[in-house]
Design a protein around this ligand. Structure first.
Ligand SMILES: [Zn+2]
Length: 561
């Protein structure tokens, strides 16, 4: 009863169009030059935008429709995830999630239990497995999966989304046999000359296309779950990398229905989706700047974990293999030109050093003809040959990177590449020094979207356990301010949204969070434990931490007695 009352109060205390004040906060924001501004209260206008930042000395305006007490919490601009997969996160919340499993046996138990609990599902689908984390020393097989579930088809995506794991029933339905050939840009893993059950990159479609597509209502449910999760983690905007027509229609239904709370910067999954969704030019900003399709996401290579990242020289742990090049030299240029001609931004997935060199050289060529404000983006930028690093600054290329990938991948990257090629690996500070622009994200659901883990990793290059002490290749750490910029102003700039979000300076949307630590002062381990108390978008509260509400209610009771 009490909780219900608190929420009802919250709803009426902030009217739809109001001049309001959120006071008693330790406010922190960055201006457009990356300078820290500190403040104690924020004035929000009727349009949901910031009108003024106040310090304790400033006088309050007389006319206010609402006042909200921040109770001394730290206020930051709503954090922006520069690279995520909104629907992927939503479906992760709704399907089998193996990301917490630490061994094949644990995964098999989880799969068995999930199948038993969901007898109505014709296919068992899910994601999140990682044979590296399991210490398996090999890919899992269809037989490993049959041991858990054999009566129904099972199809599970690898944690990085770059490989799928099928059981025998799924391969049977898909008609995959020893005679099946790997498609271009993909690989059917073999064991004793037969498909082993692992399908890398483009080969995933061989089985994936037989998985029944979710219905619109299921998609909307997933979007709702994703939005709830992100807002609770302090994320108020996200670049959606690889938006499909079905995804877009879900976002539009949410916008039309008035329940889209988070801001989504859409990057269409390929040119076909770009044209189908947006037509001849980017869409306008819709629903008060909540949604836009402004760019296209292209894939140039795969990922390191499945040895799909395209390298200049063979993998240290797989002689002769150099990974997968998805687009030929002429193809990638043609696609980038196609996007630029119609005013779309290009974001190219490039992980290996050969892939990064290829995008950079394409930009060098294209920048001659398309010399406006292009903001070419490279997604991941994980392994860059040091000879190519300097060029990232030259054309203002945006390096959209995911700090937590560095700690998750460290040991695997050493095995795949050997020590020599690690100089340009996850080279945040070198890229910044070369004049490259950084935007930080999580690649959720590949990693958790938790931006505080991202911030702490960016400034330490240590994992959650503090390993390795002092940081892995610590010269590539960034400062606290740079880390914060990566998740705010930098991520906004990367999406052409820097005049709208990412900073709490006047004129920006009042998208902010209240948390219990100061990211410019807290120890990295405290920062990792940050509690998001409230999340606001457009001057309206969209999330309140239930435990924090309950605690403050109890405290109030104590005070009145
Ligand atoms: Zn991604």
């Amino acid at each position: 009863m009490k909780k219900f009352f608190a929420l009802a109060m919250l709803a009426v205390s902030v009217p739809a169009f109001a001049d309001g004040l959120v006071e008693n906060v330790n406010g922190i924001t960055l201006d457009k030059d990356g300078k820290v501004i500190r403040f104690n209260a924020i004035l929000v206008g009727k349009d949901g935008k910031v009108t003024e930042l106040l310090t304790k000395k400033d006088k309050l305006p007389r006319q206010l429709d609402f006042r909200h007490d921040g109770r001394g919490a730290t206020m930051l601009p709503g954090l922006i995830d520069a690279h995520g997969h909104v629907m992927g996160l939503g479906f992760q919340q709704l399907t089998l999630d193996l990301s917490a499993t630490n061994s094949l046996a644990e995964a098999q138990t989880a799969i068995r239990e999930y199948a038993a609990k969901n007898p109505e599902r014709r296919w068992i689908i899910g994601r999140g497995w990682n044979q590296e984390k399991w210490g398996l020393g090999r890919f899992p097989t269809a037989a490993d999966l049959d041991a858990a579930v054999s009566d129904r088809p099972v199809w599970l995506e690898r944690v990085d989304g770059h490989a799928g794991w099928a059981n025998s029933r799924a391969m049977q339905i898909a008609g995959v046999t020893a005679a099946s050939k790997s498609p271009p840009g993909g690989r059917i893993e073999l064991s004793a000359g037969k498909p082993s059950g692992i399908f890398v990159d483009a080969a995933s479609e061989l089985v994936g296309k037989f998985v029944p597509a979710p219905k619109p209502a299921e998609r909307d449910l997933a979007l709702g779950e994703a939005q709830k999760k992100l807002l609770s983690q302090g994320i108020t905007a996200i670049a959606d990398m690889g938006t499909s027509m079905d995804d877009w229609q879900s976002y539009r239904r949410a916008g039309d229905g008035g329940w889209l709370s988070i801001r989504i910067f859409g990057y269409a999954g390929g040119i076909d989706n770009m044209i189908a969704i947006a037509g001849p030019r980017p869409t306008p900003w819709l629903y008060d700047d909540k949604l836009r399709l402004g760019g296209v996401k292209l894939y140039l290579d795969g990922a390191l974990g499945s040895r799909g990242a395209w390298l200049k020289k063979p993998y240290a742990d797989a002689p002769g293999q150099i990974g997968l090049q998805f687009l030929a030299t002429a193809e990638i240029r043609n696609l980038m030109v196609r996007a630029s001609m119609d005013g779309f931004q290009t974001a190219v997935h490039a992980i290996g050093d050969a892939a990064n060199a290829e995008v950079i050289s394409a930009v060098e060529e294209l920048a001659v003809s398309y010399n406006g404000d292009q903001r070419w983006r490279i997604e991941h930028v994980q392994i860059v040959d040091p000879v190519d690093l300097q060029k990232l600054g030259k054309h203002g290329i945006i390096s959209s990177m995911q700090p937590v990938h560095q700690t998750s991948d460290r040991t695997m990257a050493e095995a795949r590449l050997g020590t020599e090629r690690l100089t340009g690996a996850y080279a945040w500070q070198s890229i910044a020094k070369a004049g490259g622009k950084l935007a930080f994200g999580s690649d959720v659901p590949v990693e958790s979207a938790d931006p505080f883990a991202g911030l702490a990793t960016a400034m330490t290059r240590e994992d959650a356990a503090g390993q390795p002490f002092g940081g892995w290749r610590p010269e590539e750490r960034v400062s606290r301010e740079q880390a914060l910029a990566g998740f705010t102003t930098g991520a906004a700039y990367a999406a052409f949204a820097e005049t709208k979000v990412g900073s709490l300076t006047p004129g920006h949307h009042a998208d902010f969070i209240l948390i219990d630590v100061d990211p410019l002062l807290a120890s990295p381990s405290d920062l990792r434990k940050a509690v998001v108390k409230e999340t606001w978008v457009g001057g309206r509260p969209v999330y309140k931490n239930a435990a924090v509400i309950a605690a403050s209610e109890n405290k109030k009771d104590g005070e009145t007695r």
